[in-house]
Design a protein. Structure first.
Length: 223
């Protein structure tokens, strides 16, 4: 740890700093400059992907950079604090938690993928560089950055296992569990929204109703 700072104190600093950095709702700030509220438009996710869909790729670049930097700066501060290796992971994970549940945006945040990417670039630069190359290659082949990012993200712990100790790979897995949790929560909310809408109203007369057909000779009083 830094001179005069205990491991416990440094860990608290890493958690608080990381969470506050992650809580900066950069996507919301950028979208509101264009008059768009991300939490009420598109897929309602206040992150880069929704911003790109609504604002366009070029206008969403500040969101991309900002979300990555939140994780990178938090992890960097954790490493600068010194002490055990896991302090940097605690800081990066705290930034992800802040992005997912931001105190500055009523705890309604994104899914932390880019914040995770920024953190691992600092915590495990060699595996991160390899996965970045893979991301670019897959994006070019599939013409979809989303697919490249997905494959690179979930391949990262496998690549990291070649270079780093198991404890560090396990710490990465713990950070990635936040991403899984956010996707699970999003899926649950989508199902709940669908249920709240309810089934479509039945046709007038019920399911067995048959409108009068040509050739019917029933009188008006019989109908």
């Amino acid at each position: 740890m830094l001179s005069g700072v205990s491991t416990a104190a440094g860990t608290i600093v890493a958690i608080v700093t990381g969470y506050l950095l992650g809580s900066l709702p950069i996507a919301n700030y950028v979208a509101r400059r264009s008059g768009i509220e991300l939490r009420a438009a598109g897929d309602r996710n206040p992150g880069y992907w929704n911003a790109k869909a609504l604002l366009g790729r070029r206008a969403a670049v500040p969101v991309f950079v900002g979300d990555v930097l939140k994780g990178a700066v938090a992890a960097g501060i954790g490493r600068l604090l010194g002490g055990p290796w896991w302090v940097g992971y605690v800081a990066g994970g705290s930034a992800m938690a802040g992005h997912a549940w931001p105190v500055f945006a009523r705890f309604r945040g994104g899914r932390s993928i880019l914040t995770f990417a920024g953190a691992v670039c600092v915590l495990a630069p060699v595996p991160a560089a390899i996965c970045l190359v893979g991301c670019v290659a897959i994006s070019v082949v599939t013409r979809s950055f989303a697919w490249g990012a997905r494959v690179a993200t979930f391949a990262f712990p496998l690549v990291q296992a070649v270079f780093d100790a198991r404890a560090r790979v396990a710490a990465t897995g713990a950070m990635m569990s936040l991403i899984g949790l956010r996707f699970a929560m999003a899926g649950w909310r989508s199902r709940e929204s669908a249920r709240s809408v309810g089934p479509a109203a039945p046709a007038p007369g019920g399911p067995d109703h048959r409108p009068p057909q040509p050739g019917d000779r029933r009188g008006v009083g019989e109908r």
